[in-house]
Design a protein around this ligand. Structure first.
Ligand code: NAP
Ligand code: F7E
Length: 326
């Protein structure tokens, strides 16, 4: 019998890669999608006929219970969230309702419908925020710097709490930034790769950004969804950091991305106050040695390869040759 998986957030970047991976592994994949006035299936349109899409929303517990009752998944991957840090400053309550309390609603639905379900929570390096040690591992204390980060800390601890209180197989994957050609246009990496392509093709003549000195541990989303799956195949649920172990600044990302098409970023990048945050996360770099030892996971895509694949994909997209790429 095929294993059944439910993915919340299937229309997002990670949801689309995870759905591809689980289909390859022979899973029956159900994706929960929320109501919207326009179609949001662009990232999954190439696999849509192999998926079952069901309505539901992390803000509505009854819808979660109904999805679990009617599809009876063995594994639930909770990828849905209000995931943009900048928006969380302007919409802190919505962010808390979705990204924090949404996790409890889903865990409670699992407890009621089928406590044998294995659960994955999409936790984040944003929980480390103003870091208290470098690099960050599973034991590093949290110090979030945005309503998003605060909400993810809640999501992390409620996952641990349901594991310990009700013996659920509930795992928290603490993933550092991971990117791809399917990244939302508002996140800095995609904003840069898309901006570079627009400038190269003569569609724009500048790129407005915020803090160029922020440093992140950037990996490739396709590599990271494999870690999510591996976590749910372990006998015992646990917490894992997933990262490359390298850190680079936004400035370095710009330098490589513009350089890839023969341009100098300093000729095009303009700093704009609008893109600075009330509180910043200056430096993130993860230590994924536990994931390597226990899961046998390591990243396959280098920083340079990531930057190049994103710029190439946006050039192809804007030159009208675009496909859902890697
Ligand atoms: P994303 O592209 O922003 O996708 C977010 C998904 O959540 C979308 O499918 C969105 O649906 C859905 N969603 C939002 N609010 C919802 C609600 N109330 N009910 C149901 N679904 C809702 O995010 P991502 O980059 O794939 O990230 C996946 C998860 O990992 C998120 O939880 C994120 O916070 C976390 N995370 C991401 C990273 C990263 O670097 N990418 C790192 C660590 C953790 P619509 O299409 O309808 O908007
Ligand atoms: O910002 C700086 C910005 O929005 C990265 C989410 O997936 O990863 C993501 O959160 C850095 C920040 O991602 C612009 O100030 C400069 O320091 O791409 P970002 P994020 O905030 O790190 C974590 C792990 C998550 O969990 C989140 O869901 O880049 N930056 N100039 C800019 N950022 C943006 N967005 N736009 C700019 O113009």
């Amino acid at each position: 019998m095929a294993r059944r998986a439910l993915i919340t957030g299937i229309t997002g970047q990670d949801g689309s890669y995870l759905a591809e991976l689980l289909l390859e592994k022979g899973y029956e994949v159900t994706g929960m999608v929320r109501r919207s006035s326009t179609v949001t299936f662009e990232r999954i349109s190439h696999i849509q006929d192999r998926l079952t899409l069901v309505p539901g929303d992390l803000l509505d517990e009854a819808s979660l219970i109904e999805v679990l009752r009617s599809h009876r998944p063995h594994e639930v991957y909770n990828l849905a969230a209000q995931s943009f840090v900048q928006t969380s400053f302007g919409q802190p309550v919505l962010t808390g309702e979705t990204t924090a309390l949404g996790v409890t609603r889903l865990l409670d639905a699992i407890r009621l419908v089928d406590p044998d379900i294995r659960f994955y929570q999409a936790s984040s390096s944003e929980m480390f925020g103003k870091v208290v040690e470098v690099p960050q591992n599973e034991r590093t204390p949290f110090y979030p710097r945005s309503p998003y980060g605060v909400a993810k800390v809640y999501g992390h601890w409620i996952t641990v709490n349901y594991r310990e209180s009700y013996q659920l197989h509930a795992t928290s994957g603490i993933l550092f930034n991971h990117e791809s050609s399917r990244r939302g246009l508002e996140f800095v990496t995609r904003k840069i790769s898309h901006g570079v392509a627009r400038i190269k093709l003569g569609l724009d003549d500048e790129l407005r950004l915020g803090n160029l000195e922020a440093q992140r541990d950037w990996g490739y989303a396709g590599d990271y969804v494999e870690a999510m799956w591996l976590m749910l195949q372990q006998d015992a649920a646990d917490d894992y950091v997933i990262a490359t172990g390298e850190t680079h600044s936004v400035r370095e990302f710009c330098e490589l991305a513009f350089g890839h098409v023969g341009l100098d970023y300093e000729d095009f990048v303009v700093q704009d106050e609008r893109f600075f945050r009330p509180a910043e996360v200056d430096l993130l770099v993860g230590d994924a040695s536990k994931a390597r030892a226990v899961l046998g996971w390591k990243p396959k895509t280098s920083f340079e390869e990531l930057v190049h694949l994103m710029v190439d994909a946006d050039l192809a997209l804007l030159s009208d040759r675009g496909r859902p790429g890697r």
